[in-house]
Design a protein around this ligand. Structure first.
Ligand code: 5RP
Length: 222
C-alpha cells in the first residue's frame, strides 16, 4: 500500500516538469499509468505524446491524448518514465514491463528524462533486479551463452513477446559496479536489440515518492 502511495506521489510531482505546448515522452508501467491518469486535466496544453508501448498508447488515447509516431516529431522536451532500480548516479535498470527498447529510444531523443519511482527502487549497487535484455528470437540461446560468459544467469521470460516481436532474457546474479561498461558490453553481443541498463543515457532527475506522500528529488547535470 505504501509503495502505491509512493508511486502516486512521484507521478504527481512529475507534472511540474511538463512544458505546455511541447510534445511529451511517456514511458510504461504502473507508476507511469498513475502519471497518465494525473495529467488528464492538462490535456489541452499537451499537443501530443510519444509513447514507449502499446499499453501506454492505449491508455493515453483512452484519455483523449494525441499519440504521435516518433518519426513525426523533431524533438521531445521531457520524457517521464519509471524504473526497476536506480543507483545514486541515476543509472537505471528498466524493462520489467518489457518496453526497454522503445524507452531507450525516447530517452535518447528527450532533452530531459525525469524518472518517477517509489523510494524502494533506489539501491547502492544495481543488479538485484534481474537485468532485462531484448533479443532477436533466433539468437536467444546464443545470447544466453554469451551472457553466462559475462557472469550472469539469464532466464528466458517465456510468456513475453515484446511490442517489437522479440524475446526477453532476464539476467540474474549481477552486481553492476560499472553500469556503462556492462551496458556497452551486452549491447555488443550479436542478436541483442538492447539491454535495460540506462547508464550511457541515465535519468536527469529522479523523483522518489514516499509512503507518506512526500517526495525527494535527485538530479544531475548532463
Ligand atoms: C517498463 C519499465 C518500467 O518503467 C519499470 O518496470 C517500472 O515499472 P513500475 O512503475 O510498474 O514499477 O521499465 O519496461
Amino acid at each position: 500500500m505504501s509503495k502505491e502511495a509512493g508511486k502516486k506521489a512521484a507521478a504527481d510531482a512529475a507534472i511540474s516538469y511538463i512544458k505546455p505546448g511541447e510534445i511529451l515522452g511517456v514511458g510504461t508501467g504502473s507508476t507511469v499509468n498513475m502519471f497518465i491518469d494525473a495529467i488528464v486535466p492538462l490535456r489541452d496544453r499537451i499537443p501530443g505524446a510519444v509513447s514507449s508501448s502499446e499499453a501506454s498508447t492505449e491508455r493515453l488515447q483512452g484519455h483523449g491524448f494525441k499519440v504521435l509516431d516518433l518519426n513525426e516529431v523533431e524533438s521531445i522536451g521531457v520524457y517521464i518514465d519509471g524504473a526497476d532500480e536506480s543507483d545514486a548516479g541515476l543509472n537505471l535498470i528498466k524493462g520489467g514491463g518489457a518496453a526497454l527498447t522503445r524507452e531507450k529510444i525516447i530517452a535518447a531523443v528527450a532533452e530531459t528524462f525525469v524518472c518517477i519511482a517509489d523510494e524502494s527502487k533506489i539501491v547502492d549497487v544495481l543488479g538485484n533486479f534481474p537485468l532485462p535484455v531484448e533479443v532477436i528470437p533466433m539468437a536467444r540461446n546464443y545470447v544466453a551463452r554469451e551472457l553466462r560468459a559475462l557472469g550472469g544467469d539469464p532466464v528466458w521470460r517465456e510468456d513475453c513477446v515484446t511490442d517489437n516481436g522479440n524475446h526477453i532474457l532476464d539476467v540474474k546474479g549481477l552486481q553492476i559496479t560499472d553500469p556503462k561498461g556492462l551496458e556497452t558490453a551486452i549491447n555488443g553481443i550479436v542478436g541483442v536489440v538492447t539491454n535495460g541498463l540506462f547508464a550511457e543515457r541515465g535519468a536527469d532527475v529522479l523523483i522518489l515518492g514516499r509512503g507518506d506522500g512526500s517526495v525527494k528529488n535527485l538530479g544531475r547535470d548532463r
